[in-house]
Design a protein around this ligand. Sequence first.
Ligand code: SAM
Length: 203
Amino acid sequence: MSKGPRRERKLEHYYRMAKRVGYRARSSFKLRQLNERYKLLKRGDVVVDLGAAPGGWLQVARERVGAEGFVLGVDLCPIAKLPYRNVVTLVADITKEATHELIKQNLPRAANVVLSDASPKISGVWSVDHARSIELSRAALAIAEAVLALGGRLLVKVFQGELFEDFVGEVREKFEFVKISKPPASRKRSAEAYLIAKRFKRI
Ligand SMILES: C[S@@+](CC[C@H](N)C(=O)[O-])C[C@H]1O[C@@H](n2cnc3c(N)ncnc32)[C@H](O)[C@@H]1O
């Protein structure tokens, strides 16, 4: 059998599961799988989710942090309200410096976790899309530096390519633990992967 139909079936499987469980996006399963493996989200955590629309990761984060935690979602697009008092969303551009302050103002305390699943609009020109995705990953790192408590964690989507290693090097300077992972719910042949960083050093 060719890989195409098998891949289609896998995506369809996660899509159906998301519908059944009530998640807004198939990508919720990527966060669940990564969290299971790397223990990123803990009860009571303050979490910032960048590129959060339509809200699938917000739902998973809220499940994990519970009623004692707090989850702030940020996206260029408005996010339909979730039925929890401790899930707040903002419409903002994560690449703008002013967004750092806006995020800080909306947090109850320093964050324990920064998540970013932000993706650029795909132009189809590989070098352009790769550069834009690295720009978003760097924006997530800058926000992590601005809002994370000492020892905090970062999960950020990355697109592998020529600028990738430099970015990983920048993260290594600021966190004691860094790993790259591709969860099963991610398309196997896409350049997409996730960088997990733990123990923020704040140098
Ligand atoms: C793959 S979707 C995120 C899906 C989300 N994790 C979920 O589970 O629902 C990527 C998001 O990144 C957002 N995005 C792209 N560039 C952005 C930017 N500069 N600032 C904020 N959000 C951005 C897009 O609007 C889009 O909603």
